[in-house]
Write a protein that binds this ligand. Structure first.
Ligand SMILES: Cc1cc2nc3c(=O)[nH]c(=O)nc-3n(C[C@H](O)[C@H](O)[C@H](O)COP(=O)(O)O)c2cc1C
Length: 492
């Protein structure tokens, strides 16, 4: 297919909508060969239509304005598919794209033609019967209602609803938040599928449309997040008598201090998933060492509250459910954007955790919105997911030693048999738990000691050596990047 994709966002490549359009184009290309022309409309020299009708009477089919439309119009005429990618601006098109649309006038003849439903249109000057249209758009609200009605009607009338497919994505600004990449990537995968379906059927199936329909975040969460993103005071409470001055704010101004971490903190609060804490409450104190600021987040059973300034700590908070993280803001940001693995960064001493460590183990997904999945960066690749799904348990590093430690002083023969039985059971446990290198080292050491006991080495010599071997195993693991015990905490 000959495809022209119009990027109608003034943000160019940083456009939320264009991210969706690129995914659609990837899908198209995955299923067939296409010639794709990408047009950054805002970079083109496109004047507004003069309304002179010269393209109808003096120079039929040709506009008299000498700008980039001279080159673009023939491309549109030849296109089998025109993709209109744009953000919703005032329930309509961004102005430059509207200027582009107006400049399509030469495609029509001036005459009045009655359609089958009795409405009037202009006949086409060129044969565009091969042409289809895809409308891809994002908007800032969490709903299409009272938002997209005008644009949908406009496109259906202008390009024919039978040849029109639509991908309309509310909550478009989520595509600009790296912390939510997991969520937005899921949406983009669906769009890729839509692109490949389109290559085959010149349309998007109802089933896939239904999959694209649900909001990326619940509207309530999105609205909170959107409000938090501005770093501005919350909605004003009018306190004067109508002069328009004297608005006071009922939400403290996170940006007033010039603290660059204030917006992220409020976004975290908006994206808090109480379900991750199973109804429990906790206090998370974030001390950004490079900024010299500390933020306190009260993680309640239903929502997260940022405790500003001197705000009192709720009575339910004690040392047992308080966690303090001391970290440079840059590190915290990298972790929340999925660029740095949180557990690894901690092992490498990039940040410090004081107080209740349990909260850190639940951190993944705690601030990704309700019903969230862990970030993509920490997800194992699909192919290896089954193998790595099993978790290790430290019991399998301690249990094999027990028969030797308990039975060796009493009966070396019993110790040998009990060790063999335990090792066999541990192997069976491998069906449920992961048997990693620490387990394999343990099994090997225990087997050597059991063999020595069977060979008649006195228990008085063997027993201290088993303690020594166990201790050495742990000590040597401390020389590596992740000590033995921390390895298990990380997996938990
Ligand atoms: C001038 C202007 C008008 C807007 N009008 C609307 C609107 O009517 N409805 C809406 O939901 N969002 C509106 N928005 C929000 C944008 O549609 C939204 O931020 C979009 O995701 C931006 O996409 P882009 O990154 O592709 O430009 C408006 C934004 C601007 C700058």
């Amino acid at each position: 297919m000959n495809v022209v994709a119009l990027n109608g966002s003034p943000r160019g490549k940083n456009s939320n909508t264009w991210k969706i359009t690129e995914a659609f184009l990837e899908g198209l290309e995955s299923a067939g060969e296409h010639t794709i022309t990408r047009v950054d409309v805002y970079k083109q020299k496109i004047e507004e239509c003069h309304g002179c009708f010269a393209c109808w009477k003096d120079t039929p089919g040709v506009c008299v304005i000498m700008d980039d439309m001279q080159d673009l119009l023939p491309r549109i005429i030849e296109a089998d598919l025109v993709i209109w990618s744009f953000p919703l601006y005032y329930y309509s098109l961004p102005s430059k794209l509207k200027a582009f649309m107006d400049r399509l006038l030469p495609l029509n003849l001036p005459f009045m033609e009655e359609t089958s439903d009795g409405s009037i249109t202009h006949p086409r000057r060129f044969d565009l019967s091969h042409q289809h249209t895809v409308l891809i758009s994002t908007c800032g609200f969490a709903s299409t209602k009272n938002n997209y009605e005008a644009i949908e009607a406009q496109f259906a009338i202008a390009f024919g609803k039978d040849r029109l497919s639509k991908i309309i994505c509310p909550e478009g600004e989520l595509f600009s938040i790296p912390e939510l990449r997991t969520r937005t990537n899921e949406y983009l995968s669906l769009v890729r599928r839509a692109g490949s379906e389109y290559t085959e059927h010149l349309g998007i199936s109802e089933a896939l449309q239904a999959e694209l329909e649900p909001l990326i975040l619940p509207a309530e969460t999105y609205n909170k997040l959107a409000d938090a993103s501005w770093g501005l005071p919350g909605p004003g409470t009018k306190t004067d008598t109508g002069t328009g001055e004297g608005y006071s704010t009922n939400v403290p101004d996170p940006g007033a201090t010039g603290d660059p971490s204030a917006v992220l903190i409020r976004q975290m609060a908006a994206l808090y998933s109480p379900a991750k804490l199973g109804g429990k409450e906790a206090l998370l104190e974030l001390n950004f060492t490079d900024l010299g600021v500390t933020h306190r987040l009260f993680l309640g059973a239903r929502e997260c509250t940022v405790l500003d300034g001197e705000a009192p700590i709720p009575a339910s908070v004690s040392a047992l459910n308080s966690t303090r993280v001391e970290t440079p803001f840059t590190v915290w940001k990298q972790i929340s954007q999925g660029e740095l693995d949180g557990a690894r960064a901690m092992m490498e001493g990039k940040y410090k955790v004081l107080g209740n460590f349990d909260l850190m183990l639940k951190m993944d997904g705690l601030f990704s919105g309700p019903g969230s999945s862990p970030s993509t960066t920490e997800r194992p690749p699909a192919a290896s997911r089954d193998n790595t799904a099993k978790k290790p348990t430290m019991a399998l590093v301690i249990l094999p030693w027990m028969p030797l430690w308990i039975a060796l002083p009493i009966s070396p023969v019993a110790a040998v048999y009990a060790t063999l039985a335990t090792l066999a059971l541990c192997q069976l446990a491998g069906f449920k738990w992961k048997l990693g290198r620490h387990e394999r080292i343990t099994f090997a050491l225990v087997t050597i000691f059991a063999a020595a006991a069977a060979a008649g080495v006195p228990a008085g010599i063997l027993l201290p050596l088993t303690y020594l071997a166990f201790g050495a195993h742990w000590l040597i693991s401390c020389l590596g990047p992740v000590p033995l015990t921390a390895d298990y905490s990380k997996a938990a």
